[in-house]
Design a protein around this ligand. Sequence first.
Ligand code: NDP
Length: 237
Amino acid sequence: MTSFHQKSVLVLGGSRGIGAAIVRRFAADGARVTFTYASSPAAAAQLASETGTTSVATDSADRDALIARVRESGPLDVLVVNAGFALHGDALDINPDDVDRLLQVNVHAPYHAAVEAARQMPDGGRIIVIGSVNGDRMPMPGMAAYAVSKSAMQGLARGLARDFGPRGITVNVVQPGPIDTDANPADGPMKDVMHGFMAIRRHGRPEEVAGMVAWLAGPEASFVTGAMHTIDGGAGA
Ligand code: NDP
């Protein structure tokens, strides 16, 4: 187990699902964790009280509020950008305003948050973004905007790794396959289709993703940057 005793960690989008598992993992490993949420104040308060972490309301779609939140967090050892969502439906019918909001939350926010965090981050800091296997491939129709957003995270990691590498700050993307959360429940209507692509035919658990995030944030991963780390039960194998 990696220890994050006294490390300062900010998780953007930590109230539920994968983000909540990441909050739990860093808290259990001794970090001082703050996490943001947008729509789930009760879940955020419950998690904060259970884990001894701090929750703050910040909508990742609000660029200036997000940048201010990162700045006010002070020097971060680890930034995890988890907040994100998918749109499903015919590309010809999806409301363009919904697409723009998705791009704000899934693309603009990670970029601005990562840059702002790097201003105060000590040498050797860690920036980790939760992308998706859909950044590599999209095996079904109706999710093009989501695929755009997760492919964009690959460019973010490659570019910012170059910018911040001289300071030993690493920038990586974790790319989950189907993970059992409110957004993609293991017993949802698409489970058989998704499991059909996979070598390990089940949804992953949020804690499994949190384990990969913890490794990337720890000292053993100091030479790993600008890279995509897929955790998908072999969906893309
Ligand atoms: P959930 O919908 O279960 O949880 C999303 C979390 O992000 C919640 O804590 C939510 O907080 C927060 N969030 C969403 N939008 C915003 C926002 N605008 N501002 C601040 N926080 C926000 O999703 P998952 O846990 O399933 O997904 C987490 C990440 O993992 C996403 O980036 C997703 O794309 C990615 N992913 C998920 C996969 C899966 O199968 N589950 C597969 C591949 C990638 P609140 O409710 O308070 O708004």
